[in-house]
Design a binder for this molecule. Structure first.
Ligand code: DQA
Length: 146
């Protein structure tokens, strides 16, 4: 039987603290909770998710490269605050052919001005933001249908 397409779900700094981190903004679900939901959803969609988190920018760059090397179908990327600062992530997204979907729990455009600039969004195929954990669900649905 053919192997199922793999979708990387990459999470950046401070997202390991979901559940306790500013729950009024980011909700009360942990990243493990979200990963579990995505795994169930992936099964229903006939894909596999590989969910990872790092507080280190270079790990995210390496994983974007790996997504291409491993022939991943797509990447969901919530780069946390690196979204707003990282030209390295912009370059990495541009450097690979793998489609990247930017994901945010909150809507950065409704927040502080320094969150309005997105280097990730400038390179990504599309963006889903502002729906809490549902942002990941919507993005995975889109990624599976690409
Ligand atoms: C975030 C939004 C970013 O501005 C912030 O730095 C985060 C989380 C989100 O998912 O809403 O860490 O990416």
């Amino acid at each position: 039987m053919a192997e199922k397409p793999v979708i990387y779900v990459l999470n950046g700094p401070n997202l390991n603290l979901l559940g306790t981190r500013e729950p009024d903004i980011y909700g009360s679900q942990t990243l493990d909770d979200i990963a579990g939901q995505l795994e169930d959803q992936a099964q229903a969609l006939g894909v596999v998710v590989d969910v990872r988190q790092s507080n280190h920018e270079g790990h995210l760059v390496d994983w974007l490269h790996e997504a291409q090397t491993m022939n991943a179908k797509a990447v969901l990327l919530n780069a946390g605050a690196y979204t707003h600062s990282s030209i390295a992530l912009y370059d990495a997204i541009k450097a690979i052919q793998t489609p990247v979907i930017e994901v945010h729990l909150s809507n950065p455009h409704r927040r502080e001005a320094f969150r309005h600039k997105s280097y990730v969004g400038a390179a990504a195929l599309g963006t889903v933001a502002g729906f809490g954990a549902l942002s990941y669900t919507l993005a995975l649905d889109a990624a599976a249908k690409l």
